[in-house]
Design a protein around this ligand. Structure first.
Ligand code: SF4
Ligand code: SF4
Length: 391
């Protein structure tokens, strides 16, 4: 595979001018701006808007990163539009846009916010063991090019989320739950993500990750802990960018579950020896002793061992979601988003109950609960494998 550029700069806050300078330096490291972004083209900026969180919660892409990219797209003479399909839409997309600062930004910069749910979808064929076709938002087919703007976060199900995982948001609304059900293990889910990435790749100009602030621990939402990584990084090869970030987090990218199918399909580089690095010294970024999710040991095990352990020692060795009754407000959003239909409404309390026998351990409920009412618990034996301190 040809060598690819990863460009990364030290950044400690979201001050507008500083962010613009860094983002511009990153884009220029890829080549001539007007050759990268075609004048008059419609460019979709794919954000990470997981749910209705404010920018200071470090869960969603920060508006100042988005503003910088809007201005660079305009400088090239192209037309930027913004969009994502949040996982939790309990109060509607407008509420998500407002909380995440995107509504204000869109007004200030006079840019269109695309509703992935409302703009329609198209059916596409994929190569996957259990899914033959998926629907993706028409926002992807309606644009000429895509720029990917993920947030740097740890992730209980996949280990981490950065460039490639961010594209799951092109699947609109509840279909995300449906496809998750059909690809319940991290391995199957990785194959699904690799197929989505394969579709997007031909339009993808580059990815810039917002890692000034991100999450560590049990991300990607409220249960994660805010972490100042002090980095903004970008690449035209999102797989290489993810590999770089993964290695900074202390995980070898070569056999990573998320990146493996991408490597097999030759959709990008995972070997850092093929990286041309441009930017600040990597020691200026703050990745020392990053807390990984409690589930990290399951992702690190070879899949056949993980399957064996889960099948025969599941009673002894488990990591599962647990509902904290006192915190639960009974909104039942977890029930609606559970791909395995493992959450039921208790007839008496009208609150959710998890059927442990049906739970596939995807942690979507944990990710989407807006009240921090779902925590992750592990058995004593599993806890011996987990070196992370928990708060
Ligand atoms: S656990 Fe969270 S998402 Fe589920 S019903 Fe309770 S508050 Fe709502
Ligand atoms: S209960 Fe939670 S972790 Fe278990 S399958 Fe449902 S959404 Fe996934």
């Amino acid at each position: 595979m040809p060598k690819t550029i990863v460009s990364a700069y030290h950044c400690t806050d979201y001050s507008k001018d500083n962010i613009y300078d860094i983002v511009e330096k990153i884009v220029k490291s890829f080549g001539n701006l007007f050759e990268i972004i075609k004048p008059k083209s419609k460019v979709l900026l794919k954000l990470n808007l997981l749910s209705a969180y404010t920018p200071d919660q470090a869960i969603t892409t920060h508006p100042e990163i988005v503003r910088a990219v809007i201005n660079i797209v305009r400088k090239a003479g192209a037309i930027p539009v913004l969009g994502d399909s949040p996982g939790n839409l309990v109060n509607g997309i407008e509420h998500v846009w407002e909380k995440t600062g995107m509504l204000q930004l869109a007004k200030e910069e006079n840019v269109e916010l695309v509703n992935f749910e409302a703009c329609g979808c198209v059916e596409v064929s994929i190569q996957h063991p259990t899914i033959k076709q998926i629907y993706i938002t028409k926002a992807v087919t309606d644009c000429d090019a895509i720029i990917n703007l993920p947030k740097l976060k740890t992730h209980t199900f996949m280990g981490f989320t950065c460039g490639v995982k961010n594209f799951y948001g092109v699947v609109p609304g509840a279909r995300k739950v449906e496809y998750h059900k059909l690809s319940p293990t991290p391995k199957e889910f990785s194959y699904l993500l690799s197929e989505i990435y394969r579709m997007i790749r031909e339009k993808l100009l580059f990815t810039i990750v917002d890692g000034v602030w991100g999450l560590e621990g049990n991300g990607p939402s409220l249960s994660g802990q805010k972490r100042k990584y002090n980095i903004i990084a970008g690449s035209q090869d999102t797989v290489m960018l993810d590999s770089f970030i993964l290695n900074r987090l202390g995980i070898n990218s070569k056999n990573n579950l998320l990146l493996k199918p991408l490597k097999e399909k030759k959709l990008g580089n995972t070997d850092l020896e093929n990286m041309i690095y441009i930017g600040d010294s990597v020691s200026s970024f703050n990745f020392t002793k990053t807390k990984l999710p409690v589930t990290k040991f399951l992702n690190l095990l070879p899949s056949w061992i993980a399957r064996f352990v889960t099948k025969y020692f599941g009673w002894l060795f488990w990591v599962k979601p647990h509902i904290i009754e006192k915190k639960c407000v009974g909104c039942l959003q977890c029930m609606k988003s559970c791909p395995a239909k493992a959450i039921e409404k208790d007839k008496k309390s009208l609150k959710p109950v998890i059927r442990k026998d049906k739970c596939i351990g995807c942690f979507c409920c944990h990710e989407l609960c807006l009240h921090k009412a779902i925590e992750i618990r592990e058995s004593f034996i599993a806890s011996l494998f987990i070196k992370n301190e928990k708060k």
